[in-house]
Write a protein that binds this ligand. Structure first.
Ligand code: JB8
Length: 246
């Protein structure tokens, strides 16, 4: 896949993407990341990419001209994803990651300042946020999107880097994990994991994933596709919760 980043701070890339699984994916040619300085598409001596907001007020707005010209030059495929990183976007999630990973090209525009001229929206397939907090710009969010998308590209994950059981892969938080030692500072690993009954282990993991999701992310539970077994496990959890709080 082709990944194109349009930014006022190209020196921030590849940054952390040069390491680990993403670094290997890029150096192995499984994806080709090109980083573009938005100022290449400015035409004045000061290479201006922002301006004062119509209507007045504090802060600067990224002007549409350089962004439109950058997209004219950079967007190749007609089913390319064109993504603006903005706090006023859709919360990024695994569904958006899958959508973007299925495309031949992803172009990410990193927002800065108070925002981007609204007329840019018409050139986008996605406007996404990575969470409800204020950042300095869209560069770090763009790296999050690239990481999440790259790991869905075939060949990027080795056998040891599991995708199917990850949190959110099936719409639930992942179950708790344990490794040796069996007892650490007086804290024991649940017996079921040490007995080696694979059916019991699978059921325990599903139940604990449901328990954790119910406690921490009830919004995910209402959207998840729950099997009859899941519903039975949730009833057990609710009964255990009633007993615990009596
Ligand atoms: C300033 O949450 B985000 C995001 C936040 C930002 C900017 C861009 C993106 C620019 N704050 O994805």
């Amino acid at each position: 896949m082709f990944i194109d980043v349009v930014t006022l701070f190209p020196e921030m890339f590849p940054g952390p993407l040069a390491g680990s699984i993403t670094g290997r994916a890029l150096s192995a040619g499984l994806a080709d990341m090109r980083v573009h300085d938005l100022r290449e598409w400015t035409h004045d001596a000061h290479r201006t990419a922002d301006d004062r907001p119509f209507g007045g007020g504090a802060g600067m707005v990224m002007t549409p001209g350089p962004i439109f010209e950058a997209l004219d030059d950079v967007v190749g495929a007609d089913d390319a994803g064109v993504v603006l990183m903005t706090p006023a976007g859709t919360p990024f999630d695994q569904e958006i990651a899958k959508d973007l990973a299925a495309r031949p090209q992803m172009v990410i525009i990193c927002g800065r300042y108070e925002g981007v001229d609204e007329r840019v929206r018409g050139r986008l397939t996605h406007a996404v946020s990575v969470g409800d907090f204020v950042l300095t710009g869209g560069e770090l969010p763009a790296m999050i999107i690239i990481d999440a998308v790259l790991r869905l590209v075939p060949g990027v994950l080795g056998d040891e880097d599991s995708a199917p059981s990850d949190s959110f892969y099936n719409g639930l938080l992942d179950c708790p994990h344990y490794t040796r030692p069996a007892v650490f500072r007086g804290m024991a690993v649940p017996d079921v994991l040490r007995r080696g009954d694979h059916g019991e282990v699978r059921r325990w993991r599903r139940k604990e994933a449901l328990r954790r999701t119910r406690a921490l992310r009830p919004d995910l539970l209402t959207r998840a596709q729950l099997s009859d077994e899941d519903k039975a496990l949730l009833r057990e959890i609710e009964e255990e919760e009633r007993e615990r709080t009596q």
